[in-house]
Design a protein around this ligand. Structure first.
Ligand code: PNW
Length: 595
């Protein structure tokens, strides 16, 4: 159980991949330097600046990644921060449009049409890391699609995207693969597609194709949601390679589904290129990074065994919907049966060749884990169960399906409704601290895929935004009562010390990020238990994030970093290590086998 004394179980292995993560658009800045092309994030943050939170709208880079951490010039400062946490790896991403202006990589007469300045930058970064004995862990796509491809054919909505992505990937393998041995194709397909093409205006390209922009209802962000959606795309949107769109559904409702389909194929095509042309010689690994909360079956005092068992069943269905939709194809070659059933004809099918391409296409499984969801079957107000629509109904009775969707706050949650969130509230609405989630999720993957995962699971992101102390604390009390009531007080982790984020006091509490240190301690403890007690093949952990950065639609006020930057007042963007950075450095020495 969770009460195991962590010092009595075996340590993580010597070659454990230990490090921290960032992403290009969130840290690089220099958006129009070095001949870089525009990405969808440049384009849409510029077009709709009010879709991004800002602490000071008089500063024009406060709502976009124009300057960010300026890591394009200051990457050597970032490397110094990595050393403080004893990082052996650095997970960063490559900006596709920094290398290929219009997104189209072509090789003619043995020469790529690359932007040389972009290539020089990544060579410098990679070489600096290696000089410092830090191994690059490179993400090829972290949401910054070249804008030209969005204009040309609607980006991920069109099947051509998979081939353009694979060509760009091929250039990267050929150019950097002599030194880069760890590749991630796609970061978080669900967030990219659902937040970019359905729930908007959340993430670029700000498509709002759900029933209504969901944040309208309880908007507390002060974002300007009027006019913040981009509906117009290029002439060939939703061109499926072999599928015909179902006639009975408005196509706009399916953008996230088609994005997901094409992005998974893009992953598979890139892996094929790597395996066919480079892997044998370069001897690296390539995989995909999936997001998704582990689903915890809801329990309450006095719950019957039958009801709890039912909740367990629904928790698994929810996990198949939230995670399996994306993790099954690269493992088994197809979507989960339950997702097919639930989506009916709305879900495109992979062809036989595509299934073969997808199957086993991830050498390792990357998982970004932050929080947990509570799963239970949907109930009516009188307490009776709502039955999920059958496949037939899903296809032909949209009202029933929509009713289910409404009850469940969106298709993304599939089979379940989610009771109140537990775990203390960190500094981003969806970001709650419930550390057992990492262990539950690792076990779910392990049970589901067993030996299909050839090179283990790598936690490619985990971390928190510093919360408002009062909010976090209030949720702590609820959490504590809940876990006591079900007789599992060990889960009721609370943090009782005042830790108010105070922007005005750089030397004060903001650098003493107690909440974050505690977060890492708890999640990492669960990771070590998963390895040592449950026998899960977990091979790495990348903390999110090395450095405060552009947190997408939440701007610069939501700080996930272990390094502080005063974005508005400090022109030098000086890196100030928070306590968590060296705290993790220490954790590494104590929990991972040393030579
Ligand atoms: C990840 N959710 O995004 C991304 O990979 C990072 O770029 C990002 O900065 C980080 O986590 C923190 O947000 C997520 O709603 C966005 O559950 C949303 C969710 C999860 C992860």
């Amino acid at each position: 159980g969770d009460n195991v004394d962590i010092t009595t179980v075996k340590k993580l292995p010597k070659d454990f991949k230990w490090g921290a993560a960032t992403a290009a658009y969130q840290v690089e800045g220099a958006w129009d330097e070095g001949n870089r092309g525009e990405s969808v994030w440049d384009h849409f943050t510029h077009e709709y600046p009010k879709n991004v939170e800002s602490g000071d709208r008089t500063i024009d880079y406060s709502t976009n990644g124009n300057r960010a951490c300026d890591s394009y010039h200051k990457y050597e400062e970032d490397v110094k921060m990595l050393k403080l946490m004893n990082a052996k790896y650095y997970r960063f991403s490559i900006s596709w449009s920094r290398l290929f202006h219009d997104g189209e990589a072509k090789k003619e007469d043995g020469k790529w049409n690359v932007n040389q300045e972009g290539e020089d930058y990544y060579n410098a970064l990679i070489n600096t890391l290696l000089d410092n004995e830090i191994i690059p862990f490179v993400t090829l796509y972290h949401w910054d699609l070249p804008y030209a491809l969005h204009e040309k054919y609607g980006g991920w909505l069109d099947y051509h995207s998979q081939y353009d992505f694979a060509n760009y990937a091929e250039y990267c393998f050929e150019t950097f693969g002599d030194r880069v041995k760890n590749w991630i194709t796609i970061n978080e397909p669900w967030v990219n597609c659902v937040s970019g093409y359905r729930l908007g205006p959340g993430k670029a390209p700000y498509r709002c194709t759900g029933e209504a922009p969901r944040r309208l209802a309880n908007d507390t962000t002060g974002l300007d949601l009027e006019g913040g959606c981009s509906y117009e795309v290029g002439p060939t949107q939703y061109t499926p390679e072999s599928e015909v769109l179902p006639a009975n559904r408005a196509p706009q409702k399916l953008e996230d589904v088609w994005c997901s389909h094409n992005i998974l194929l893009g992953h598979a095509q890139a892996v094929k290129v790597y395996r066919d042309k480079f892997q044998k010689e370069q001897k690296g690994l390539i995989g995909i990074t999936i997001d998704g909360e582990a689903q915890i079956p809801w329990v309450e005092p006095g719950i019957s065994k039958k009801e709890y068992e039912n909740n367990k069943k629904y928790a698994n269905l929810a996990a198949e919907f939230r995670i399996g939709w994306y993790s099954d194809p690269p493992m088994t070659g197809d979507y989960p049966a339950s997702v097919k059933e639930r989506m009916g004809k709305d879900l495109p099918e992979f062809t036989k060749e595509q299934k073969e391409l997808l199957k086993g296409s991830s050498d390792f499984l990357g998982w970004n884990t932050y929080t947990a969801h509570w799963a239970a079957q949907v109930k009516n107000e009188d307490g009776s169960y709502v039955e999920p629509p059958t496949a037939e109904e899903a296809n032909f009775d949209n009202s029933k399906k929509d009713m289910w969707d409404d009850n469940c706050k969106g298709r993304g949650d599939g089979w379940t409704c989610i009771p109140p969130t537990l775990g203390s509230q960190a500094g981003s609405s969806w970001n709650t601290k419930f550390a057992p989630t990492i262990r539950v999720g690792l076990n779910w993957f392990n049970d589901r895929y067993k030996n299909l995962i050839k090179n283990g699971i790598v936690i490619t992101e985990n971390g928190c935004a510093q919360p408002n102390y009062k909010v976090a604390r209030a949720n702590d009390e609820v959490t504590k009562k809940y876990f006591e009531s079900i007789g599992q007080p060990q889960y009721a982790d609370t943090y009782g010390e005042e830790d108010i984020e105070d922007e005005s006091n750089i030397n004060g509490t903001i650098l003493h990020d107690k909440y974050r240190q505690d977060w890492y301690d708890q999640y990492l403890k669960n990771l070590r238990l998963a390895y040592a007690v449950d026998g899960i093949d977990v091979r790495g952990y990348m903390a999110w994030s090395l450095i405060d950065n552009f947190e997408w639609e939440n701007g610069y006020e939501t700080r996930f970093g272990m390094t502080y930057i005063d974005f508005y007042k400090d022109e030098n963007l000086t890196r100030h290590p928070k306590d968590s950075l060296e705290h993790l450095g220490q954790w590494y020495l104590e929990n991972v086998e040393q030579n």
